[in-house]
Write a protein that binds this ligand. Sequence first.
Ligand code: PLP
Length: 453
Amino acid sequence: MRNPATRRPETRQFPKGIPSLDFAGGRDNFSDICGQIRYGSWEMSDLADEYKEFVIPTYGRFDLDLVRGSGARVWDGNGREYLDFGAGIAVCSLGHAHPEITAAIAEQAATLVHTSNLYRTIPQARLARRLVEITGPGKIFFCNSGAEANEGLIKLARRFGSLSSRHEILTFDGSFHGRTMAGISATAQGKVKKGFGPLLEGFRHLPFGDLGAVRAAVGPETVAILVEPVQGEGGIHIARAEFLRGLRQICDEKNLLLLFDEVQCGLGRTGAWCGWKSITPEIEPDGVSWAKGIANGFPLGAFWVSSRSSGGSAPLCDLLGPGSHGTTYGGNPVACRAALAVLDILSREGMVEKAGELGRLLHASLEEANLPGVVGIRSLGLMAGVQLDPHAFPKEGGPPASQVVVAAMDAGLLIIPAGECVVRFLPPLNVTSEEIREAVTKFKTSLAKSLNS
Ligand code: PLP
């Protein structure tokens, strides 16, 4: 996805012998001495060559080297500013370099970084309590990523199913559940599975929203349904309330677990603490996975399991007993401390409710802008997907979403593609209304530039 138009003209090398600058961040930390650009103590060079030589090329990266962020903005190696409406793919809910989160991380790093899960720590206990308060009666397991959180839910389903010799999990077309072997087996999107067979057995993918198909698919081996209440990577598809309610009913009738993947839509982004509660608050799932926005970019994943009966001697949340599951870094004190700071700030500032209001503003601004080449806008809170008309963009320029994302980058706006024809807006939850209007203006300019002439 390299775009020659945005390539820097030359690799900049910094001469030896010039003293290091303080790397404490801040706008003034860019320096341009005799035409040599530095950021803090790093000499800015074109990172593309280093990536090419030393980094396994699993990502189709855009041609942009980022060095610093503040709020909803980031800066590249040449000091150019971008409005970040991707927020690290729905991760930096409170924007970049939030002083309170930085302080929490620094304080915990100076106190206790790691202990292993052989022992208890204060941040892990407090965060587990907080997540239970947000979600409902149950317990939490901590891990490191969204894929690992889903992996845990899948193991929970298998353990639950082992009581009745069932193992099959139903998931949905367009879904994305992560890149581990279980994650790609659960994911319906074929592109993530290619070349990795044999996959984990026991997953079936059904049309998203089709309750009849779900009813017909449940068989003697089915044990759980795993669903994203708002599909993220699939292009922002929002489950209908009747669909989620119907899934709950089927799960109750057939003794299946209802598992929500809230890795992208959870913890405030949709305008409620739980994504599904923005759609239909009365539903009680059996398990929920999180990652992304949970610690504003400090790596952390988690899953919640309901305290309801499992039908056996232990409640569902105690089915994964001692020795059944684990991960070295899960619930690391620094990560938990960062997450506690995120949840505290979101609550204190009423930002979850504000995300709902700002989301409505984003949706209305996109609608009112009369955007060329756009055929639809789907959004819930600050998760918005813009559907592009595939015929409106030059065929030779590659997928329309990539063309528009590159043009937006040139206009100083970062947004995220989802498949070939959708671009996502996932700004921080503390974005301002002015920043939303600025983003929509930049987006309109970039659409106009990318369209067939
Ligand atoms: N589930 C959903 C809904 C996601 O959007 C993602 C990542 O995009 C994942 C799972 C995987 O999360 P991670 O990349 O942290 O493993």
